[in-house]
Design a protein around this ligand. Structure first.
Ligand SMILES: Nc1ncnc2c1ncn2[C@@H]1O[C@H](COP(=O)(O)OP(=O)(O)OP(=O)(O)O)[C@@H](O)[C@H]1O
Length: 261
């Protein structure tokens, strides 16, 4: 899809994907993707299985760098700096842009240590600062009241929904500018899903959010903008309301109405 004008958004773009191609070895997984991520808004990535949603999401925090043979071409500019640039440290990028995965994946540590870990690896040693930030992040993830009296117990003793909120607290602790969510509720029941969706609505007041979802209802409920992908291309990008009521592209229309995928 061609370049999207910044004026299209109701807030300035936090990130801008420009002519992005991505290759897994010789497999061309993303093809000239252009997209905007509006500041303090939720952008949903939708499309049939294998279209490249997760691949695109992972470009944003340089996850692909962990495997040899992967290659990017093009740019993802965050505040006008290309985070795919060779001079940019991927570890730095992952502090600014954190990720929450499909399955809750707490570390085999206490609730407290799960959140504190991100601070410790950055060299934070001051106990009072760590305490403060752990509490703030757990509050931000709507988990504090449930765990404040058992911070030193194992994260594995939490329910799936609580574990996912713990992972959100872990993502929040580095004060990220963008949070990437890869199907964050697909392993959760409807009640836990509802609480994560509500939470995303609150977090977006502070942070820009990009979310991959297979649920059209979820995209419609929580996102402000939606990007529809197909076979590695970004086919349509628009305001979620418009996209779901009057998609411009026939493929988008077919997908949204459940006619394929
Ligand atoms: N590590 C890899 N090596 C080679 N090809 C890969 C790799 N990971 C993904 N692919 C391929 O890249 C394409 C896009 O995959 P991706 O996981 O991004 O799709 P997706 O839209 O997120 O799918 P789903 O909705 O099923 O999670 C697919 O054809 C997939 O087979």
């Amino acid at each position: 899809m061609a370049y999207i004008a910044q004026e299209f958004l109701d807030t300035p773009p936090k990130a801008e994907v420009r002519n992005l191609d991505f290759y897994y070895g010789s497999f061309h997984a993303l093809k000239k993707v252009n997209m905007l991520v509006a500041d303090k808004r939720v952008t949903a990535l939708i499309g049939p299985s294998g279209c490249g949603k997760t691949t695109l999401l992972r470009c944003f925090n340089r996850m692909h760098d962990l495997y040899p043979g992967n290659r990017y071409e093009g740019q993802i500019a965050v505040d006008e700096i290309n985070i795919l640039g060779r001079q940019v440290d991927p570890i730095e990028v992952r502090m600014r842009i954190s990720m929450v995965f499909q399955k809750p994946n707490p570390f085999p540590k206490s609730i407290y240590e799960n959140v504190a870990y991100g601070l410790r690896v950055r060299g934070e040693m001051r106990r009072n600062i760590i305490d403060e930030k752990v509490e703030k992040s757990l509050r931000g993830a709507a988990l504090w009241e449930e765990v404040k009296d058992r911070l030193n117990t194992s994260a594995y003793d939490l329910s799936g929904g609580q574990q996912q909120r713990l992972c959100i607290a872990r993502a929040l602790v580095s004060d990220p500018e963008i949070i990437l969510f890869d199907e964050p509720t697909s392993a959760l029941d409807p009640i836990a899903t509802n609480s994560i969706e509500k939470l995303i609505g609150i977090i977006k007041e502070q942070v820009s959010i990009l979310i991959v979802t297979h649920s059209m209802q979820q995209a419609a409920r929580i996102s402000d903008y939606t990007a529809f992908m197909y076979l590695g291309e970004l086919v349509e990008f628009g305001r979620t309301q418009d996209m779901f009521s009057q998609p411009e592209n026939q493929q988008t229309k077919d997908y949204i109405s459940g006619r394929f995928g």
